[in-house]
Design a protein around this ligand. Structure first.
Ligand code: SF4
Length: 126
């Protein structure tokens, strides 16, 4: 395996990592300033995870979208399925930041609001 360059995004330092695979299959990481960089490189190459941050249809004309995130990071290959579920979702109710909007959107992971939203029947989107 040719060495792979990546930037650790676990903290603002943004260490430039170089990752290569040794003959025995183990990953060798350099450029990290702490152990979290090694964990990051392993996760990125073996099971990349991302927190989903997006918006959902509020059902309101006044505030058409409400910001949301997944409660945990999810495997990258699950993101398209999650986005399909989000695309078909319409909130149609008020919520507070931190409320679960879609229970178990993927396994044990929920979709939660990241803002307060007040729904008004008078502003319903058709
Ligand atoms: S390796 Fe450590 S110090 Fe460097 S960016 Fe990652 S978390 Fe920050």
């Amino acid at each position: 395996m040719r060495p792979i360059e990546m930037i650790c995004i676990n903290c603002p330092l943004g260490c430039q990592l170089t990752v290569s695979r040794k003959a025995d299959g183990a990953l060798e990481v350099s450029g990290n300033n702490c152990v979290r960089g090694i964990e990051y490189a392993h996760t990125e190459l073996e099971n990349p995870l991302r927190r989903v941050t997006t918006t959902v249809n509020s059902g309101s004309m006044k505030v058409p979208r409400v910001s949301v995130k997944s409660s945990e990071s999810v495997p990258v290959e699950e993101i398209f399925l999650i986005m399909e579920r989000i695309e078909g979702f319409r909130l149609n109710r008020s919520c507070k930041c931190g409320d679960i909007l879609i229970d178990h959107i993927s396994g044990d992971i929920d979709l939660i609001a990241t803002q307060d939203f007040t729904f008004s029947e008078g502003e319903v989107k058709i």
